[in-house]
Write a protein that binds this ligand. Structure first.
Ligand SMILES: Nc1ncnc2c1ncn2[C@@H]1O[C@H](COP(=O)(O)OP(=O)(O)OP(=O)(O)O)[C@@H](O)[C@H]1O
Ligand SMILES: Nc1ccn([C@@H]2O[C@H](COP(=O)(O)O)[C@@H](O)[C@H]2O)c(=O)n1
Length: 226
């Protein structure tokens, strides 16, 4: 049973995966990327030529969704059945469809149960879980709860640097439109009660990781003092 749970939410491009993974390494914790499960489900539907926009088809496919994710921050992988989809799920054709599966309550319930099982089974003293609804729905009782954010302009700039073959305008519109769609399902723009905001607009990567680790260490200390 994993004792310490660190919940991190935030908008697209706020640094959730990269910062959470590095913070997990520094803390000696496991790392769970929940967005990978939504992406992998969208990938499976598209790969099979199924209509991700049809809720009945999506819900029916959950029974066959054989998902596996690496929780060691140094051995990250994502698999659907025998297929390693670690890279494929980041492709733009998956990113643009994932909202279709993420909006369905049946999908969210199914994946939430899966995430909670992974958290319980992680073989480390703690686990950093990142996504959109971790601080509020998946792990509202987490030891540390963080909203990781940065201005839209800065997030777009960082994403643009990764996607050099796409124009900044296209990258920016994709990021905004994904946040708009996702915000209709869960609120990851505002910190819920008891959630600490880490705003990385003015911080470099290392400073952001340190800020997150600091919040976690303080929360762990508070929890150990009862
Ligand atoms: N504080 C920072 N300073 C500079 N670059 C950063 C910082 N935080 C994150 N980055 C960079 O920003 C980019 C986006 O980060 P990342 O992919 O981790 O975001 P994300 O929130 O997981 O995005 P998405 O939700 O779209 O998957 C990456 O290139 C990452 O290295
Ligand atoms: N807790 C979560 C995590 C993700 N989503 C949906 O998945 C998409 C991909 O997530 P990334 O973190 O990899 O960008 C995201 O746009 C959401 O649609 C979610 O709903 N809840």
């Amino acid at each position: 049973m994993t004792a310490i749970v660190v919940a991190i939410d935030g908008p697209a491009g706020s640094g959730k995966s990269s910062v959470s993974k590095q913070a997990a390494r520094e803390l000696g914790y496991a790392y769970l990327d929940t967005g990978a499960a939504y992406r992998a489900l969208a990938w499976m539907l598209l790969d099979r030529g199924l209509d991700a926009g049809n809720p009945l088809v999506v819900v029916e496919s959950l029974g066959e969704f054989d998902f596996a994710v690496g929780t060691d921050p140094d051995q990250y992988f994502v698999k659907v059945g025998p297929d390693d989809v670690t890279v494929a799920i980041r492709e733009p054709w998956v990113t643009s469809e994932v909202r279709l599966v993420a909006r369905l309550p049946e999908v969210r319930e199914h994946l939430m149960a899966l995430f909670r099982r992974i958290v319980v089974e992680a073989a480390r003293p703690g686990i950093v879980v990142e996504g959109r609804d971790i601080t509020t729905v998946v792990a509202p009782d987490a030891t540390a709860r963080i909203l990781l954010t940065a201005s839209e302009e800065v997030r777009m700039g960082r994403r643009s640097k990764e996607l050099v073959d796409q124009s900044a305008a296209v990258v920016g519109e994709q990021l905004r439109s994904r946040d708009r769609a996702d915000s209709r399902v869960v609120d990851f723009m505002n910190a819920a009660d008891g959630v600490t905001t880490v705003d990385s607009t003015e911080l470099d990567f290392g400073q952001t990781v340190s800020a997150v680790v600091d919040v976690v260490q303080r929360a762990v200390l508070r929890a150990s003092h009862g």
